[in-house]
Design a protein around this ligand. Sequence first.
Ligand code: F3S
Length: 72
Amino acid sequence: MDMAKVIHEKDVCIGCGACAAVCPKYWEMAGDGKAHLKGGKPAGSNFELELADVECNKDAASSCPVNCIKVK
Ligand code: F3S
């Protein structure tokens, strides 16, 4: 199965919280005031998660006001 990748550009995140509101299965707000991609692995300043089904991550990406969530 083709895998998709969810990428969080954490340095760009302003902590708006929309991602966690629309996609709590994968996103939560962390103690640093930014979003945390659950299960995400560090990749430079980003966090990445490979998924077979991106589910609500597309909604998280489209809800983010600074477009720091990418789904590829
Ligand atoms: Fe950050 Fe965007 Fe979520 S600014 S808290 S990744 S909606």
